[in-house]
Design a protein around this ligand. Structure first.
Ligand code: 5RP
Length: 217
């Protein structure tokens, strides 16, 4: 099975977690796109969705889902999103698609966070995937120097602007043995909007597709 097929399978499985007529939080990326396709095919109707990116908003609206602002609703029951890496504590690296800040906000607002992935995203220790950090543009060089001081090698994702109008630094070789401490330390740097470590608020379950079938972590 190729990766697209694994994404299709896990997208379909995730639809089972969705309650009819609920307000759903929806993440960003190709795995989430497979989930949105499966949701459309299932015929399940939502009251509305809260989206983590302009790209996801467009996809949801294209299948007839009403997208509302997070401020228009209380907490969400369920958030479905992908990840770039997950470990056995269900801590994640996210932000490969650059939507990490809105994703972290929607995850925080949700009682249950179901992360969907394929087995290629599973790691023993987070950090092989370069860690995305969203920064206010004027602070990009300052934050980059601080990240070098923390042992990382930041690379500016040149030509990319987040939905919030900010820049992304992709940090290579960051030591993430203690992801929560590193998440807090990076988020404390002036100019950082947030980093792509989801350790303080990990996923509640990771549902991932493997060559042996659907598994959970
Ligand atoms: C976007 C994300 C995505 O969830 C992550 O990049 C995984 O994407 P894909 O499902 O395309 O592999 O964090 O900001």
């Amino acid at each position: 099975m190729n990766q697209d097929e694994l994404k299709r399978q896990v997208g379909q499985t995730a639809v089972e977690y969705v309650e009819e007529d609920s307000i759903l939080g929806v993440g960003t990326g190709s795995t989430v796109n497979a989930f949105i396709d499966a949701l459309a095919a299932s015929g399940k109707k939502l009251e509305a969705a809260v989206s983590s990116s302009l790209a996801t908003t467009e996809r949801l609206q294209a299948i007839g889902v009403r997208v509302i602002d997070l401020n228009q609703t209380g907490g969400l029951d369920l958030y479905v999103d992908g990840a770039d890496e997950f470990d056995h504590h269900r801590r994640l690296i996210k932000g490969g698609g650059g939507a990490l800040t809105r994703e972290k906000i929607v995850a925080q607002a949700s009682r249950r966070f179901v992360c969907i992935a394929d087995e290629s995203k599973q790691v023993g220790v987070l950090g092989a995937f370069p860690l995305p950090v969203e920064v206010i543009p004027m602070a990009r060089s300052l934050v980059a120097r601080k990240l070098v001081g923390m042992g990382g090698q930041p690379e500016w994702r040149e030509g990319f602007t987040t939905d919030n109008g900010n820049d992304i630094l992709d940090v290579h070789n960051m030591d993430l043995v203690d992801p929560v401490a590193t998440e807090q330390a990076i988020n404390n740097l002036p100019g950082v909007v947030t980093c792509g470590i989801f350790g303080i608020r990990p996923a509640d379950v990771v549902v991932y597709a493997s060559q042996q079938g659907i598994k959970t972590a």
